[in-house]
Write a protein that binds this ligand. Sequence first.
Ligand code: NAP
Length: 352
Amino acid sequence: MAPLRVVIPRVGGPDVLRVEPFEPAPPGPGEVAVEVHAAGVNFADLFCRLGLYAAAPPRPFVPGFEVAGEVVAMGPGVAAPRAGERVIGVTRFGGCATRVTLPAAWTRPLPDGWSFAEGAAFPVAFLTAWYGLVHQGRLARGETAVIHSAAGGVGSAACQLARHAGARTIGTVGSEGKRAAALAAGADEVVVSPRYAVWPEVDRLTGGRGVDLILDAVGGRGLAEGFRRLRPMGRLVVYGFADLMPQGGIRNWPALAWRRWRTPRFDPLEMTGTNRAVIGFNLVYLFDRAEPLAAGFDALLAQARAGALRPVVGARVPFERAADAHRLLQSRASTGKVVLVREPGPRATIAP
Ligand SMILES: NC(=O)c1ccc[n+]([C@@H]2O[C@H](COP(=O)([O-])OP(=O)(O)OC[C@H]3O[C@@H](n4cnc5c(N)ncnc54)[C@H](OP(=O)(O)O)[C@@H]3O)[C@@H](O)[C@H]2O)c1
């Protein structure tokens, strides 16, 4: 059977996604071809579909940043991984397909005992959480961190990493049904609020002493409220803007402009005078800078192999129903990672 790919042909709701067979090209120099058994779905895929992701390639294109599967062919110059090895891999777009060609350097062995779905759920969530909390945020033992959307893909990874760092974690979630997932991921306390009115409760939990780090991919006015709660040397780490997701999933420029306009601006004088920092990042723009991400990937996998970290797969959706995966992630109801999976079937191979 020909491999399948999920294509974004035009801007729109989940129904615009096209799942189609395609003829894969053999891997080029330094690349491997992977028969993909599972691919992670990310919030960025939704923004791509809505035409709101600046880094996206021109349409039509295949979204997707992470896969797990078996190597079926090696391009010229590739010594490892070898055909037949089970790997997880990072792609810069193109990952939502059952056959993917990617740089060998961006693959790692699938940890023993992990399902392909767990493998596909690992790279983006853990690399993002690690980059924000550890590499940029320098979260230290005894510090207090607020992690927004703590039951989600990145959030559940961040709760695990924060616990591992010996920090106290206050997770926030948008609905009561997610409380248990955030606690299971490692949050010490959870604050529930659909509109991110979390700060009075955080004040109560901290006795008004403030927090050392905030990991925020929601954006909006809550950024300013959080900044005010930072202790001296505190860090507000901003890495996404879920708040910009259009209501009902339909792009609406006036509503977007309004939300963009109300996004707080931070004053360097105030930051200097209060010893508080605002840090922003988007890993999609760091793909070509192998370090430090490659080192982070290795360190995270070492922790995972030692049993300290494990991705949380919240939903497995067949590739053919990619639109349902988008609906679920956009619904705000998902916990853990949403992963596309394939039904088991004969493995196609291409000659090296
Ligand atoms: N900068 C980077 O390099 C990078 C990399 C990966 C991900 N991200 C960002 O990290 C965030 C989490 O990504 P993820 O893939 O792990 O998703 P996720 O957290 O599993 O799911 C998204 C969550 O965002 C929250 N949310 C807030 N407003 C929302 C809205 N209007 N519509 C839908 N959800 C809304 C919801 O959680 P609650 O209601 O519980 O808060 C929802 O469950 C996203 O903002 C994404 O863009 C950034």
